[in-house]
Design a protein around this ligand. Structure first.
Ligand code: ATP
Ligand code: MG
Length: 441
């Protein structure tokens, strides 16, 4: 909008008449005075209209909360205002000389959104998603999320990873099998990609280091606080590694950079959640078998089948926090039987793999490791799992013609923000989440 000043800029214009535009968060009447809290994308400010404002005062009579308005007013310092409005911009007040409604709601909103904390259950919050997201505290989640995305990409680029985008419509459901969504694709079936794994391995055979930020689809009927059926994966793959500790090193540096940037850029948003950044200490690395022993000895918890469950992850999270002061832990050397066929077995003990999960505050946020790069070994691994290498022909071509040792990770973007802010469900960290029941809005 021409001539519009963002609210965050108003403190630099004290004594001037400016035009702002935004939403009316709250209207308050004090005797003959009308107070309007106006918000835009940069912040919020209190505006006041006096009876002496004439036509503007008349116009203000019609203004209600959530009207979209343009306001012309004199920028004044507001004594003692900072603590009142609870924001850095509280020190400013606008004395309205003209006000115009740009758009008025056709109906009142289903709930009051300009409250510090919306007290709605998750379903209501998600049913009325776009309206609920007018709330400043909810918006803070996505401002933090946005910083996370840009910091991740910046760090990957700085480490010389090339950003790629790989297809999400794929022709065969090979890797895992069961958890693919099927879609109609002209006269045949296609599937929604449940991982960029094969393409990013192809990527490193071309570019050495690649990363992707992309949608991942999982057709798993989960009813948990940490799963959805569409999420955004922060993936990376790097070639010429000596061993999988280099993959963990790279992920650790990336994670630390991302949190540091969130801390720098989003301090006020973090404060709305009383959220503390993770402690900046080296991330401990424990073999899964050690973690299993710790769970048995310190928590009396027996692990069946080799992989620790969500409760076990929580306990290990507590353990490393106490023992190492770390919010993270790498669990390494998962049993070969529990990892996909492309995972590199350990040379000294092929029953375990050169793989890891990264746990943040007791929740898995990433899986990764070294991949098999030798054509014969990979073909054999496929066969050993009862699958046919012919079904993997184009994937195997990556290795048939020579490929360096490599590894990488898949990192869940939403779980990072969920745990950072202490959100009850991952769905709160997603604008429009998709779960077993929910396909809209
Ligand atoms: P989990 O064991 O928690 O179900 P996973 O081991 O099946 O996850 P991976 O295939 O390792 O998941 O995916 C890599 C990362 O992607 C996970 O560590 C997690 O952060 C994220 N992720 C995986 N599945 C989901 C999902 N359904 N919803 C949200 N994030 C997910
Ligand atoms: Mg995993």
């Amino acid at each position: 909008m021409k001539g519009r000043l963002l609210i965050a800029e108003t403190p630099r214009h004290i004594g001037e008449t400016v035009t702002i535009a935004g939403w009316v968060s709250v209207r308050r009447d004090h005797g003959k005075l009308i107070f309007l809290d106006i918000r835009d994308r940069s912040g919020s400010v209190q505006a006041i209209v006096l009876p002496s404002a004439g036509p503007a005062y008349e116009a203000a009579q019609e203004i209600r909360s959530e009207h979209v308005v343009a306001i012309e007013g004199l920028v004044k310092e507001r004594p003692g205002g900072a603590e009142k409005a609870g924001s850095a911009l509280g020190g400013i007040e606008l004395e309205i000389s003209a006000i115009r409604t740009i758009s008025a709601p056709a109906e009142t909103l289903p709930f009051e959104i300009s409250v510090p904390e919306l007290d709605l259950n998750l379903d209501t919050l998600l049913d009325h998603r776009t309206i609920a997201l007018r709330n400043a505290r909810l918006q803070a989640i996505f401002r933090i999320y946005s910083t996370m995305l840009s910091a991740y990409a910046a760090r990957m680029r700085a480490a010389d990873f090339l950003e790629i985008k790989t297809p999400k419509l794929v022709g065969s459901a090979t890797e895992g099998g069961a958890n693919f969504f099927t879609v109609n694709y002209f006269d045949r079936k296609a599937y929604l990609a449940q991982s960029p794994q094969f393409y990013k391995q192809a990527g490193i055979s071309i570019f050495e280091r690649v990363f992707e930020v992309g949608s991942v689809f999982r057709a798993e009927p989960h009813f948990t606080t940490r799963h959805v059926n569409e999420y955004v994966g922060l993936d990376a793959e790097l070639g010429f590694i000596s061993d999988f500790s280099e993959v963990m090193d790279e992920l650790e540096a990336t994670i630390k950079y991302v949190f540091a940037e969130i801390g720098k850029e989003r301090a006020s948003e973090l404060a709305l959640y009383g959220a503390a950044l993770p402690a900046d200490v080296p991330i401990p690395r424990l073999r899964l078998s050690e973690a299993v022993d710790i769970l048995r000895e310190s928590y009396g918890k027996e692990i069946e089948g080799g992989d620790i469950d969500a409760e076990g992850e929580r306990m290990i999270g507590e353990y490393v926090k106490e023992k190492f002061g770390s919010d993270f832990v790498f669990l390494t050397h998962y049993p070969t039987a529990l990892r996909p066929f492309y995972t590199m077995p350990s040379a000294d003990d092929p029953s375990v793999t050169e793989s890891f999960d990264l746990i943040y505050r007791g929740l898995e946020i990433a899986s990764g490791g070294q991949r098999i790069h030798d054509y014969a070994q990979l073909s054999e691994s496929i066969r050993s799992r009862g699958m046919n290498p012919d079904d993997f022909a184009s994937y195997l071509d990556v290795f048939r013609y020579g490929c360096p040792p490599h590894g990488g990770w898949g990192l869940g973007s939403e779980r990072i923000v969920q745990k950072l802010l202490g959100l009850g469900s991952i769905k709160e960290a997603i604008l429009y989440p998709r779960d077993v029941k929910r396909l809209s809005p």
